[in-house]
Design a protein around this ligand. Structure first.
Ligand SMILES: Nc1ncnc2c1ncn2[C@@H]1O[C@H](COP(=O)(O)OP(=O)(O)OP(=O)(O)O)[C@@H](O)[C@H]1O
Length: 227
């Protein structure tokens, strides 16, 4: 469970201060599928990055499973992040020079997993996204939807409790986007917690809860249930 209490985030550059998030109170329970929505620049990515421990808040507290992250030094935080979260991005972020299977194995390199076990887990993750036949391809030999499926396999290979997805269907046509949503919904049904930024109301209507962000603050959350 992830709890944000009165979290604010200010970005400072030489001359400008931007208050990207202000006084956010948010709890993401285990097993939830949450959609973050709101206009461009309202703070959705900033919020996702804080939830995923990629950044620390300027003010307020973040707890993961009841433990305040303030207690962790940067190295411990990186370890907790690696164990807890898988990340999926709009533009896939695959390494073009590596084969699909090697891309999927990457997160395991930071753990003490043997080479053989890495390969086994990567094959398993690729099978779950229906891409076993493309293991030895390079990313640029795949369609956008297939590349995003590789990115999902990479995100789930370490069996994270939580998947964080920043507009995962933003670069895909509606058919490929629907395929990606189906995979995410299946992973959620199997127990993975998911927080996803989306601009697509139809996608958001498929998930458990919509959290709306406006101008760095949360709009009264709605509770929606999938049909
Ligand atoms: N690294 C940064 N340095 C300075 N300002 C930043 C930084 N990242 C984001 N911002 C600012 O913080 C605010 C929130 O940005 P954020 O990317 O979280 O919005 P968003 O809702 O995800 O937008 P979009 O839908 O366009 O991706 C914006 O005003 C943005 O310009």
């Amino acid at each position: 469970m992830i709890r944000l209490t009165q979290v604010s985030k200010t970005y400072r550059t030489d001359k400008v201060e931007t208050l990207a998030l202000k006084d956010i109170d948010l709890v993401v329970e285990r097993g939830e599928f949450v959609a973050l929505m709101g206009p461009s620049g309202c703070g959705k990515s900033t919020l996702l990055n804080l939830i995923g421990l990629l950044d620390r808040p300027s003010q307020g507290a973040i707890d993961v499973d009841g433990i305040p992250i303030k207690r962790y030094a940067d190295r411990q935080l990186a370890k907790l992040r690696n164990q807890t979260f898988g990340f999926i991005f709009q533009s896939f972020h695959l390494i073009q020079d590596l084969r699909v299977i090697d891309n999927v194995e990457l997160p395991l390199l930071y753990r003490s997993v043997s080479g053989g076990e890495r390969r086994r887990l990567a094959r398993e993750a690729l099978a779950r996204v229906g891409l076993s036949a493309r293991m030895d391809h390079y990313p640029n030999q795949l369609s956008g939807g297939q590349q995003q499926r590789v990115a999902i396999a990479r995100a789930i290979v370490g069996q994270p409790h939580v998947l964080l997805a920043d507009e995962p269907t933003g670069n895909l046509d509606s058919r490929m986007g629907a395929e990606i949503m189906d995979i995410l919904l299946t992973l959620n049904a199997e127990g993975t917690t998911i927080v996803m930024v989306t601009h697509d109301e139809r996608e958001a209507s498929q998930v458990g809860r919509i959290v709306r962000v406006f101008d760095g603050q949360l709009v009264q959350p709605e509770h929606l249930h999938a049909a």
